[in-house]
Design a protein around this ligand. Structure first.
Ligand code: PEP
Length: 257
């Protein structure tokens, strides 16, 4: 059974003081919600403090990126070993990393390997750009990104994939539940081809791109969609708690049918 999963990607938002305030605002209400794995991904500079704040809670912590080497002369980088003391998860291959910082499929592959080798669970992001979508190339792009990211990696169960169409991220133009479902089914086909059917059915695949409390139901009510990676809306405590509440309620209801 795939446990529903909602992660908040705070991106490059919140000072350390603001981040702690945001956690205080959402902690109790978020912690009370059962049946959903809840993950906060604040900026690196807040990981230590938030790790301490979450000690007695059921809320988990993730980083937004990392380098693939363990240690050494890589000024300004953060290693998987450093993160492994603080977090369970790390977002890898986010489209903002791919397009603003030139992360290639090969780099993403090295990062996925390094995360897994250091007990971090990758939240691997894949998604097509608008022009690729309009040219009918979504499946080709997704196939390439998933296959390359998992190149020479043995089947693993500690991996989450987020389908995030680039045209939907931060634009207010979310995909439809049907569009997201079709691509997520396709990702399961790619995983079946790469690994096997049972692992493809077991891995959680999320939708991400302009998810809010007003549209989460559209995604979460599809059995193929296991949750969401939430950007902008995760920066408002009430909004994020509401998204997680709806996910718990809808997945709980559809499961008992
Ligand atoms: C994201 O950062 O992964 C994201 C989906 O952002 P937003 O929800 O703001 O579109």
């Amino acid at each position: 059974m795939r446990i529903p999963f909602i992660a908040g990607n705070w991106k490059m938002n919140t000072t350390a003081t603001e981040a702690e305030k945001l956690v205080i605002e959402m902690l109790d209400n978020l912690d009370r919600i059962k049946g959903v794995e809840k993950v906060l991904c604040p900026p690196f500079v807040s990981l230590v403090a938030i790790n301490m704040m979450l000690q007695d809670s059921f809320i988990k912590l993730g980083a937004q990126n990392m380098y693939f080497e363990i240690e050494g002369a890589y000024t300004g980088e953060i290693s998987p070993l450093m993160l492994s003391e603080l977090c369970e998860f790390v977002i890898l291959g986010h489209s903002e990393r791919r397009w603003y910082f030139g992360e290639t499929d090969e780099i993403v592959n090295k990062k996925v390997k390094a995360a897994l080798a250091n007990t971090l669970q990758p939240i691997l992001c894949v998604g097509e750009r608008l022009e690729e979508n309009e040219a009918g190339r979504t499946e080709e792009v997704i196939d390439r990104q998933v296959t390359a990211a998992l190149n020479s990696i043995e089947p693993v169960s500690n991996l989450v994939i987020a389908y995030e169409p680039v045209w939907a991220i931060g634009t207010g133009k979310a995909a439809s539940g049907e569009q997201a479902t079709a691509t997520i089914q396709f990702i399961r086909d790619v995983l079946t081809k790469l690994w096997d059917k049972s692992i493809a059915q077991d891995l959680r695949i999320l939708y991400g791109g302009s998810v809010t409390s007003a549209n989460i139901a559209e995604f979460i009510s599809h059995p193929e969609i296991d949750g969401a990676l939430v950007g902008g809306a995760s920066l408002k405590a009430g909004e994020f708690v509401n998204i997680v509440e709806q996910a718990a309620e809808i997945k709980g209801r559809t499961r008992t049918k």
